[in-house]
Structure formats: C-alpha cells, structure tokens
Design a binder for this molecule. Structure first.
Ligand code: SF4
Ligand code: SF4
Length: 294
C-alpha cells in the first residue's frame, strides 16, 4: 500500500514523514524501520495487512491500569520498528525485516474478530504501531464506527504529521518514556528524547488518556536524577493523575543487554518513592508480582 505521509524530493528520492526520523530514502531503498520502501519515487508500506501477531490479552498486560480495567483487548502487531532498543524484549519481531512476514488479515477482519469476541478495545502493540500506521489507521476508523476503543502502546517517536492523522481515532496510549536523557535515546534506542516529550504534550492537550512506562535498566537509566526528572515531567506537563509504570528489566530476555543484571527491587522501590513524593497519584511497579501495586 502507498504510504500516506511522505514528500517527493529530487533525483527520485523521497522523505518519509511518518515518524520523527524523517528518513530521506533513495529509489529501491528502505527507511530505518526497514518496512517502508521507495519504489520508483513512491513510498510504500510493506507491512500493510500483514499481522505478525494477533492475541487477546488482559488490558493490564499492555500495561493500562486505568483504562477499561479488568477487560481484554485484541492485540495486533506487524514486524518492524523505528527504534533499535538494546533492551527490546520483542526483538524477534521488532527487528525482523528483510522479506516481510505476517498473516494476511484485513482491518475489517480484525474489527470483526474483536466484535466476535466481545472485546471493547484493540491494542496496536508489541512492536511500534507508527511503522504500520496506514494499517492501524484503517483498523482504527472501522473500530471507532463500531464503538471499539483504540489503544497504542508506543515509543512515541512520531512525526507531528502522524500525530495529526491518528489522534482523532486514538482513545488511550501507553508511551515508553525510556529515560530523560537524550544520550540514552541515541546510544541505546537509535532515537531521540525531544520528539517523545512533544508528542506526550500533544496527547495531553487533545485529552487522550495517557499512561507512561519506564523500564529501569541497571547502570543505564537508574539514577535518582532521572527518576526525579521523569516524575516532574509527568506531574507538570501531563498531570498528577497520569499513571507511571516502573518496570523491572530482565537481562536474559533483552536483545543486547544480557551482560546486565536484573533491576534490584530496591531501585524500583526508590523510583516508586520518588514518583509518590513528587505528587504522582498512580505509580505502579511492574514485573515483580509481590510488589504489584495495581
Ligand atoms: S517510519 Fe520513520 S523510520 Fe520508517 S521510513 Fe518513515 S521516517 Fe524512516
Ligand atoms: S523496545 Fe519497543 S521501541 Fe524499542 S525496539 Fe523494541 S519494539 Fe521498538
């Protein structure tokens, strides 16, 4: 399917305007995500209609703790991602490009599946929904008509153009705020911090329900200063009612950080205390069953 957001440049090159990378792509090449290709001066999404995963999950697994609680959500993903997080736990599909894999399923069939299973929401998740935005958007439009809510679980590294396109159909987002340092985003994710913060502010302005997740990785983003900066940003820019999920990192299931140990419980508790002390109403520790603060 032809991509929705791009512009033509000289010499057959195009600029993709779908995410904050704004890749300039020569004819025959793909962008950073590996799933958008310049074919003779036109940009195509290679993942449209090709789901690599379709599951029914508890909405708390996304995680959403304050949006349709105790319900199930139809979760959909394609291959590909615009980030390359060393900590990625879904790298088997997020970094799987080359020859594009996936089950052919139309947006209409996805919505019918949600209706058949009486699911009140569809979650665009596991990889990065921005990179399958055309597929997600068509599904979201049909879902909205049927009264089904649309939830994105995302890194938030979208272009402003993408925000404008999807926000009328979005009901809830869980955005990974992976650190509060640009260096971390550059070195460990292949992204940048500022576009994520800009989109969070836009989401808030549009009154879309926002929850934030931070995976705490020992030695990389586990300082008290980072916890304080994230908590202050959430409180001041998004509001104290915005939930903050602090989750435990497990090196063994990460893409490229097997050398790091798991997050100590005392670090998670420290982040929790800082969140609460800053004035956040809802701080949740994730991946530690005995500390689940739901
Ligand atoms: S979606 Fe982002 S990473 Fe992919 S081609 Fe477009 S600008 Fe590049
Ligand atoms: S953690 Fe998320 S944003 Fe990062 S590479 Fe994996 S799917 Fe992409």
């Amino acid at each position: 399917m032809e991509a929705l957001l791009y512009k033509k440049l000289n010499d057959g090159k195009i600029q993709c305007q779908n995410c904050a990378h704004y890749c300039v792509i020569s004819s025959g090449k793909r962008g950073i995500c590996g799933v958008r290709e310049n074919q003779n001066g036109k940009l195509y999404s290679l993942v449209y209609g090709k789901a690599i995963a379709i599951n029914i999950d508890p909405i708390e697994k996304k995680p959403f703790y304050h949006f349709l609680p105790n319900s199930y959500s139809l979760s959909v993903a394609t291959v590909g991602c615009n980030f390359k997080c060393a900590s990625c736990q879904n790298y088997d599909i997020s970094q799987l490009t080359g020859s594009i894999k996936g089950q052919e399923i139309s947006s209409k069939e996805i919505v019918e599946l949600a209706l058949k299973n009486k699911l009140p929401s569809i979650s665009y998740t596991y990889t990065e929904p921005a990179i399958f935005s055309e597929y997600a958007l068509d599904t979201m439009k049909l879902a909205k008509k049927k009264g089904i809510k649309n939830c994105w679980v995302s890194n938030g590294f979208w272009s402003k153009e993408l925000f404008d396109l999807i926000s009328p159909y979005l009901d809830a987002v869980n955005i990974d705020l992976k650190s509060f340092e640009d260096d971390f985003y550059i070195k460990y994710c292949g992204g940048r911090l500022e576009p994520v913060l800009d989109n969070l502010k836009r989401l808030k302005k549009k009154k879309i329900w926002v929850e934030i997740t931070t995976l705490i990785i020992p030695t990389l983003n586990d300082s008290e200063k980072i916890f304080r900066n994230i908590a202050n940003f959430i409180k001041n820019e998004l509001g104290p009612e915005t939930p903050w999920h602090i989750t435990k990192f497990c090196g063994a299931i990460s893409w490229r950080l097997q050398n790091l140990s798991d997050t100590p419980v005392k670090t998670l508790k420290k982040a929790y205390q800082i969140g609460k002390k800053t004035g956040l109403k809802y701080v949740h520790i994730g991946n530690v069953p005995e500390l689940d603060t739901e």
